[in-house]
Design a protein around this ligand. Structure first.
Ligand code: HEC
Ligand code: HEC
Ligand code: HEC
Length: 437
């Protein structure tokens, strides 16, 4: 009740354009700005700030969402479909009319830290300000300096199409009251500087929880005790599952050597796992550009996350005669179509083809990702450390739904793997999203 009243009050204030200071939010560095206006940053300092900003924008993968396929970098227009509607990303190049050329550092900070546009409009959380709010003012200013130095692109993007029942600001106000708390990352003094740097990057610019958190039906992130909102979940509006980074049954890296975690993050492949789909995109556009120190800091933080219970239930099928017959059929399909690359006992080929035996991506309870892998095929990201990755061919045109289900059921239950069978209906459902990026 209290929250609703406050939220309603905030909505009213926001509606009539009162600045956040009046509602008691901390005021950004007003003096610093005045000072800066009096003595412009020397050009060397500005160059340094822009370079830092370019690096940080990589770490935040701003370009990934703010660039449409075939469109100008940072000019926006990429469509993100979710159950709530289709959100269109903004033009954040310094064009005055269609981009953010008229903005100043304070406006930009308000967007990144508070999720509000220059005119006070509450932004949709498809823009992951729920994570970016952890970014420091200094880093925000640097990113802004970088963006302002880009070539302006004149591009007016269509508005977001939001389901009418969600498209009004008071509702967003309530959503934010429940699921969004602005606040810069607070270092944990009990932990090392390196660990804190890693946590800052993962929880802030890296916005890992934007995909790896479990979400409720309203799109609010659900964190369980100790999982730092990395407990794994279906990515909204896509048929990819982002595995838990805190469960050893899914994608926790607690037991890995730090070097292997760094290798996975920066090259997309490692002895125990290979990235694909949206994660391959994250690696190629963002993580591969991290400095060695930052990648290591991230790895140290990820490795330290305590084990949490996974949603995973190991419910491998009872070995009835029917099931055994299915699995034998699946084995035949495997021999014919998969074995050349993945090996006769699912061992793969190091650095070239991922192993399927003992591979946690293969046995994840939701079979979403393996179905995608087989239907669409795919490449690990092309990175400096793995510049010509070997790919997996798509089988959407080669195998029928039933055959995909059988071969997947087989690899999920061969060579010591144990997981539920995959059904034809699950494969069929996945084909619907096949054109999605
Ligand atoms: C997961 C996708 C995604 C990523 C990553 C992302 N954005 Fe956005 N961003 C959006 C969407 C969607 C909107 C539009 C939201 C709306 O209109 O309410 C947006 C809006 C914005 C706005 C507000 C523009 C305006 O006119 O109000 C700014 C500024 C912005 N983003 C900057 C950034 C920066 C800087 C980064 C990287 C640190 C970034 N974005 C990364 C999706 C993303
Ligand atoms: C755009 C959504 C998205 C974002 C952002 C994202 N991930 Fe992922 N991640 C995925 C998906 C989907 C998978 C499952 C596919 C795969 O295994 O590569 C995954 C898999 C992983 C894996 C397991 C890899 C494997 O194959 O076992 C790790 C580790 C991981 N992510 C770490 C991170 C970290 C750290 C960040 C933040 C820097 C991050 N992810 C950000 C979507 C995302
Ligand atoms: C030409 C070689 C080749 C063939 C044939 C092939 N694969 Fe793959 N497979 C790969 C490569 C390379 C990857 C890594 C792709 C990526 O990261 O997106 C992969 C990835 C996978 C993955 C995801 C593993 C992970 O760690 O995320 C699964 C599951 C898989 N293959 C199953 C199969 C099945 C089932 C078949 C037969 C129907 C098959 N593959 C045929 C090369 C192959």
């Amino acid at each position: 009740m209290k929250i609703a009243v406050i939220a309603a009050a905030v909505a009213v204030l926001a509606g009539i354009g009162l600045s956040p200071e009046i509602v008691g939010a901390p005021s950004p560095k007003k003096e610093a700005k005045a000072e800066k206006n009096a003595t412009p940053l020397s050009s060397v300092l500005l160059q340094q700030r822009r370079a830092r900003g370019a690096y940080l924008a990589r770490a935040g993968n701003c370009i990934g969402c703010h660039t449409a396929q075939g469109g100008g970098a940072y000019a926006g227009g990429r469509k993100l479909s979710t159950p709530f509607g289709t959100f269109v990303t903004s033009n954040i190049t310094p064009d005055k009319a269609t981009g953010i050329g008229d903005w100043d550092e304070d406006d930009f900070w308000k967007a990144l830290h508070e999720g509000k546009s220059r005119d006070g409009r509450l932004l949709y959380p498809a823009f992951p300000y729920t994570e970016y709010t952890k970014v420091t003012r200094e880093d925000s200013d640097a990113i802004f300096a970088h963006l302002q130095a880009l070539e302006p692109v004149v591009q007016q993007n269509p508005p977001s199409q939001v389901a009418s029942r969600y498209d009004f600001q008071p509702l967003l106000t309530l959503w934010r009251a429940a699921y969004f708390k602005p606040g810069v990352y607070q270092a944990d003094p009990a932990k090392s500087t390196e660990w804190n740097r890693g946590a800052y990057l993962v929880q802030g610019l890296g916005h890992c929880s934007a995909c790896h958190a479990e979400r409720n039906p309203l799109g609010g992130m659900i964190g369980r005790k100790g999982d730092d909102k990395l407990g794994g979940g279906q990515i909204m509006g896509s048929n990819w599952y982002a595995p838990s980074l805190t469960s050893s049954l899914e994608a926790s890296t607690a037991g890995w050597p730090v070097e292997e975690i760094v290798q996975l993050l920066t090259t997309g492949i490692s002895p125990r796992a290979t990235t694909s789909g949206p994660m391959a995109e994250v690696v190629s556009q963002s993580l591969q550009h991290l400095t060695k120190e930052d990648a290591r800091a991230m790895a140290i933080y990820l490795k330290s996350l305590p084990e949490t219970q996974s949603h995973q239930q190991v419910n491998s099928p009872a070995q009835t005669e029917q099931v055994q017959a299915w699995l034998r059929y699946g084995a035949r399909i495997y021999k014919e179509h998969c074995q050349d690359c993945h090996g006769d006992s699912g061992q793969g080929a190091p650095g070239i083809y991922p192993p399927l035996a003992g591979n946690r991506s293969v046995t994840l309870t939701p079979p979403t990702n393996v179905i995608r892998s087989v239907l669409n095929g795919g490449y690990p990201p092309s990175t400096a450390g793995n510049s010509r990755p070997y790919g997996m061919p798509p089988f959407a045109q080669v195998l029928r739904d039933g055959e995909v289900a059988l071969v997947l059921s087989y690899i999920r239950n061969a060579w010591g793997n144990r997981a539920s069978l995959v059904t034809t209906a699950q494969v069929d459902k996945s084909r619907e999203g096949i054109t999605e990026r």
